[in-house]
Design a protein around this ligand. Sequence first.
Ligand SMILES: Cc1cc2nc3c(=O)[nH]c(=O)nc-3n(C[C@H](O)[C@H](O)[C@H](O)COP(=O)(O)OP(=O)(O)OC[C@H]3O[C@@H](n4cnc5c(N)ncnc54)[C@H](O)[C@@H]3O)c2cc1C
Length: 272
Amino acid sequence: MFPFKTTEGEATFFGKTLPALMTARPDYASVTYGAGGSTREKTLEIVEQIQNDFSLTTMAHLTCIKHTQAEIDAILDEANNRGIRNILALRGDPPPGEDWSQTEGGFEFASELVTHIRGRGDFGVAVAGFPEGHIDCGEGREVDWQHLVRKVACGADMVITQMFFDNADYFQLADYLREAGVEAPLFPGIIPVANAGQIKKFSAMCGAKLPEAFAARLDELGDDAEAVREYGIEYATAQCRELLDRGAPGLHFYTLNKSKAVLQILGNLGLS
Ligand SMILES: Cc1cc2nc3c(=O)[nH]c(=O)nc-3n(C[C@H](O)[C@H](O)[C@H](O)COP(=O)(O)OP(=O)(O)OC[C@H]3O[C@@H](n4cnc5c(N)ncnc54)[C@H](O)[C@@H]3O)c2cc1C
């Protein structure tokens, strides 16, 4: 989920979207954190409300960018006071047009945030993983995966991947982590494609490639929004089925604050 921008968005989320998603009995939810802390209060408020009103374990995302260690500590104290027990520890990305730079008195990599949170002893910690390698890692995906192994060794309980559309990338990362002795589960991040333009933008921003046949089919469907949505569900269903058949420990959906596509996919899989 991501923090909503309007009160109507909030009403829809708590009144319709989340109750619908709850019918699938999720293990947890997680709520994103806006760049540089722009959604700080909102993220923590939403996590607290989901936990209180829906009794669903919920994880707050937290990013290092533009935060000093003292600010991070204040956020963790506030999270703790609100009864939040789980953090997805991230580096974060600079706002469009800016290059990444470490904040003075802050952290350079997510691994440092993991170590810091672990040192406080009061949270479960998840981290991000990149089946195709992180977009900024010029040395290639295996070097990025080595960084991931070290990040997990700093004390992460689980890894959630960036969206991907070729399961081979997930399985290769899973094999790599297994061979490196990583025991933390690797949850595949799945996005049901609902809009061709949006997914092309997202994938260019984060470096997730769209397989040729998939991109060609989206082009063929063009502006037929309903057909794109159906194809997105069909594609994600096939992806999820193979992932579960071949040992993925579960599924993490990027819901984009919507319920229908995710519920349809789970229905197709016989899991709703
Ligand atoms: C599941 C998930 C949820 C997300 N949620 C949010 C969110 O809520 N808000 C938000 O702003 N962003 C979010 N992001 C995006 C994330 O912040 C970016 O992808 C960011 O660029 C990388 O974050 P990270 O935590 O993986 O960084 P890191 O693990 O710090 O890695 C960043 C880069 O540094 C490299 N690196 C790591 N360690 C070292 C080292 N020791 N030496 C040299 N290089 C190193 C890595 O290879 C990588 O290229 C999310 C991503 C995912 C996959």
